[in-house]
Design a protein around this ligand. Structure first.
Ligand code: NAP
Length: 245
C-alpha cells in the first residue's frame, strides 16, 4: 500500500461514514467523500479531513445508480490514479412490517444497500486487479445476521452483502485484494435517533449504543493496518455483545 492511500467512502457526509473518513484522514489518506444530497455536510467533512492532514475529493453520486458510480470512479482515477480502499457504507432504512411493506420501500432499500454495493465493488475491483492490491470493507448490519422485525427489506439487503463479501473475497484473493464486512449493532447516528432506546439497551450486554468512531476504528484497522493483510471474507460484529457466536 502507498504511504498516502486513496480511500473511497460512500455515504460519508455524516454518521458512520463521516467517522470513517476522519479515521483515515488522521493517517494522511486521500479520501473520496461520497454523498447524495447533503452537499453542505459533505463539504464540512472535507474541511475536517484537511484539518487532520488528509486530502479530500467531494464526490456527489447516488450510488444506487450504476452510471453515477461509473462517473464517481472516473473522477477518482482522474484525480489520483488509483483506489486502495473502498468502504461501502451508504445505507438507508424504510422500515415496516412485511405484510404492509410497499414495493417502493423494498426496492429503494435493495437498490442502495445491495445494488449500490455491487456497483461500487465491481468498479473498484477493475482498478484493484490492475494494481494487484486493494481492500474492500462493506458495512452490513447485525440485522443481516439475526433478522429484525420491521426490517425485512433492510435485513435481506444486509444479508446479501455478507454473501457478496464472502464470494468476492474468494474470487479476488489471488489478486491481492481482501474483502471483509463490518456488522454494527446499534450505533448512535441519525439512523437510530428515532428508536426507543430503553427497551433496546436491555438487549445489549455492554448496556449502551456504540459510537460511530468505534466502528470507524475497526474499519480503519481493516483498511489500513499491515496486520489486516491476512484477513479476508470475514464478518466482524461490533455490537456491544448483542450477537455472540
Ligand atoms: P446515516 O447517518 O443515515 O448516514 C447515511 C449516509 O448515507 C449519509 O451520508 C447519506 O448522505 C448517505 N446516502 C444516503 N443515500 C445515499 C445514496 N443513494 N448514495 C450515496 N450516499 C447516500 O446512517 P449511518 O447510521 O451512519 O449508517 C451508515 C451505514 O451503517 C449504513 O449502511 C447502515 O445501514 C449501517 N448501519 C448503521 C447502524 C446504526 O446503528 N446506525 C447499525 C448497523 C448498520 P446524503 O444525506 O447525502 O444522502
Amino acid at each position: 500500500m502507498t504511504a498516502s492511500p486513496v480511500v473511497i467512502i460512500t455515504g460519508a457526509s455524516r454518521g458512520i461514514g463521516r467517522a470513517i473518513a476522519l479515521e483515515f484522514a488522521a493517517t494522511n489518506a486521500r479520501i473520496g467523500v461520497n454523498y447524495s444530497r447533503s452537499a453542505e455536510a459533505a463539504q464540512k467533512v472535507a474541511e475536517e479531513i484537511q484539518a487532520l492532514g488528509g486530502s479530500a475529493l467531494l464526490l456527489q453520486a447516488d450510488v444506487s445508480q450504476a452510471a453515477q458510480v461509473e462517473t464517481l470512479f472516473q473522477q477518482v482515477m482522474a484525480q489520483w490514479g488509483r483506489v486502495d480502499v473502498l468502504v461501502n457504507n451508504a445505507g438507508i432504512t424504510r422500515d415496516g412490517l412485511m405484510i404492509r411493506m410497499k414495493d417502493e420501500d423494498w426496492r429503494e432499500v435493495m437498490n442502495l444497500n445491495l445494488d449500490g454495493v455491487f456497483y461500487c465493488t465491481r468498479a473498484a475491483l477493475k482498478i484493484m486487479m490492475k494494481q494487484k492490491s486493494g481492500r474492500i470493507i462493506n458495512i452490513t448490519s447485525i440485522a443481516g445476521v439475526m433478522g429484525n422485525p420491521g426490517q425485512a427489506n433492510y435485513s435481506a439487503a444486509k444479508a446479501g452483502v455478507i454473501g457478496l463479501t464472502r464470494t468476492v473475497a474468494k474470487e479476488y484473493a489471488s489478486r491481492g485484494i481482501t474483502v471483509n464486512a463490518v456488522a454494527p449493532g446499534f450505533i448512535a447516528t441519525e439512523m437510530t435517533a428515532q428508536l426507543k432506546q430503553e427497551e433496546l439497551l436491555k438487549l445489549i450486554p455492554l448496556g449502551r449504543y456504540g459510537e460511530a468512531a468505534e466502528v470507524a476504528g475497526l474499519v480503519g484497522f481493516l483498511g489500513r493496518h499491515p496486520a489486516a493483510a491476512y484477513i479476508t471474507g470475514q464478518v466482524f460484529h461490533i455490537d456491544g455483545g448483542l450477537v455472540m457466536g
